[in-house]
Design a protein around this ligand. Structure first.
Ligand code: AP5
Ligand code: MG
Length: 218
């Protein structure tokens, strides 16, 4: 099963990907996490990407497309793309890549959420500096304060979670990424989930059944 997860900053793309892994051994390909790893390791890509990410801007398409193509080439199937595509050009590029690799996309899961909820969630979000798992100091804390449940790594706040940068990321999402939702709707691939008032973590069995039905149709 091959999935694209769309959603505003803080909608829960990372959390959804963590939750759905209990049903299948998905490879979680999260562009933001990969860029942050490059930044931590001070690679050439990391140095370029950090100048965009710290301002809340999108990293240029050519760099991002190449990164995804090499990831897809390695995994071939059963992956979750979290944070890619993020504009129409990336969405068209992804279709080309999947055609070339002969991999069908099962569905695009779009997580919809109110803006006020986002700002509040990101203020209390912490992420693992090692494995990139996402937690929330208010709603989803770790068993031991400051330590990741998944790998024992140290938890940190993300630099781009400051309120001004979050506002800018939301604007970019509305302008660049929202059109991608229609793109997948027109292809009959869209599965929209409200993850604001109702916590999708409690709906995950139902979502999984819907995804299995889509998999049969592909
Ligand atoms: P990226 O890391 O992808 O950031 P984002 O899209 O802004 O999304 P986040 O990771 O902030 O949020 P999330 O939806 O994963 O939420 P989470 O699960 O953590 O990208 C960062 C940057 O990299 C971009 O700004 C850009 O510069 C660059 N980049 C990345 N991809 C790119 C691309 N394709 N092209 C160009 N540039 C690119 O949840 C948030 C919080 O809410 C957590 O605390 C969590 O515990 C809590 N929470 C989640 N779900 C729920 C729920 N259902 N109920 C209650 N709490 C919840
Ligand atoms: Mg994320």
């Amino acid at each position: 099963m091959q999935l694209v997860i769309l959603g505003a900053p803080g909608a829960g793309k990372g959390t959804f990907s963590q939750s759905i892994k209990k049903y299948k051994q998905f490879t979680h390909i999260a562009t933001g996490d990969i860029f942050r790893k490059h930044i931590k390791d001070q690679t050439d890509l990391g140095k370029v990407a950090s100048t965009y990410i710290e301002k809340g801007k999108l990293v240029p398409n050519d760099l991002t497309d190449d990164l995804i193509f090499s990831e897809l080439n390695l995994v071939k199937k059963d992956f979750i793309l979290d944070g890619y595509p993020r504009n129409l050009d990336q969405a068209k590029k992804l279709d080309e890549m999947l055609r070339e690799l002969k991999i069908p996309l099962t569905a695009c899961v779009s997580l919809s959420i109110e803006q006020e909820v986002i700002v509040d969630r990101l203020r209390s979000r912490v992420v693992c500096s090692n494995c990139a798992y996402s937690y929330n100091l208010k709603t989803a804390p770790t068993k031991t304060k400051g330590i990741c449940d998944n790998c024992g790594g140290k938890l940190v706040h993300r630099k781009d979670d400051s309120p001004e940068i979050v506002t800018h990321r939301i604007q970019i999402y509305e302008r660049e990424t929202e059109p991608v939702i229609n793109y997948y709707e027109e292809q009959g691939k869209l599965l929209e989930i409200d993850c604001g008032e109702i916590d999708f973590v409690t709906q995950i069995d139902e979502i999984w059944s819907l995804l299995l039905e889509r998999e049969v149709k592909v």
